[in-house]
Structure formats: C-alpha cells, structure tokens
Design a protein around this ligand. Sequence first.
Ligand code: MN
Length: 248
Amino acid sequence: MKNKVIIGISSNIEIISDTHNLGKERSILNQDYVKAVIHSGGVPLILPIIEHQELIEAQVSSIDALVISGGYDVHPFLYNEEPHILLENVYPERDHYEKSLIETAYRLKKPILGICRGMQLLNVVFGGSLYQDVSLIDGDLIQHRQKSRSHSLSHCVYIVPDTRLFSIFKQEKIQTNSYHHQAVKRLAPEFKISAKAKDGVIEGIEKEGDHFILGVQWHPEGFCLQNTYMLQLFRELVHAAHAAKGTG
Ligand code: MN
C-alpha cells in the first residue's frame, strides 16, 4: 500500500430511535463519500467524533488528506451570533471536534476538502460567518434545497477563473445538486470565492496559497458515479495528498 494515500472522512452521530437500541449514539456516514474516495484512487477512512486533542492529533497524523462531510447546521456561537429562528438542528460536539480536526490538519499541512456543511465550517473556523438561512439574503433566490435525489442536477454554479476550482473543472459553468439552507456570509480572511450561483449565493471557497483547502457547497459525492467529471474534485484531493506525503 506504499503508493496509496489515506483520506480521512469526518462522520456524524445519529441517535437511534428503534426499540432495541433506543437512545444509543451511532457514528454514521453516507457510503457515497467512501465510494467517491475509492473511485479516485484513495483509501477511505471514516473518522468518528472524539473529544481529546491528543487523540485528534493521532487521527490526523494517520491520514494524508481530510474530507469534512455534510450534516447539521454549524452552531452560530462559533461566529458570535445568537440562533436565528430559522436555524435548524445543531450538534455542538461535532462542531468542536471538526474545528479541532481542521486546525490540526492545517497545522500538519494536510489537504482539506469541505463539502456543504464542511465548506461552511471551513469558512467559520478560519474567521468567516454564515447566513443562518438563505432567506435572509436580499434578492431573488433560486432553490438551494432541491426536492429530488442527489444524483439529479439542480442548479448551475459559475466558477471564477484563476481559482483552484477552475483548474479542476476547466469550465466556467457546471451543473450541481444542492441541499443547503445556510450560506457563507462574511468570507474568512485569506480565502477567495471560487464559485457562485446565479443569485449570488457562494458555492465554492478556497484558501489562498499552495495549501489545498477548498470547499464546495454542493454534494459532489452524491453524483460522482453518474457524472464522472465530478470525481475530478476527489482525484485532485488524492493528488494533493500524494504531493503532501511526498509520493506524488
Ligand atoms: Mn446551492
């Protein structure tokens, strides 16, 4: 396995409501993420939510790149706001875990890909803020929470030239799925916008400089196998993981 890179994927916790396991917490992740990493040539490793920094360091040391997956809303305390009435489910333990995970991966120079909530959390951890619901944005909004399955395309995304995202897709306009009700408000310092929807909602961000830290608001893993061009995002992450590890 010398030439393989390990891609850590953060997971969620579900509280079980069936009789036999009532109230139990279970670590979960949609298998789409696992398949996307495998089809991109990486070795997927699901990372459970843990608390202690020492263990988080060990988790990050054992991977070559990190995917922050989708999930609940980020608690607005992380960007110094009170909860708006339109805020949905939050799970602060996951916020704190992933904040540490991102900070540790950043310090250890591991590439990071944030997906949906993962992109929003990247923005928050590096000093930005969020709209707690897209309806709080002025103007005529398009639908950002599609009512169809994740492999069906929902809205267009316009990619900004001269960004890492553009170098991945080599197109100014792509079609994506969309499953979010929050959005980036104040962009984190040292980040740039790499994609927007037609209504101006931010759909992609990336950190300036050589370190691969990139977020997308859609779910590329949801339709990687139907639209192979979307796999390119994961292939670039695997490529960056090789480069960081020194096996590229
Ligand atoms: Mn969207």
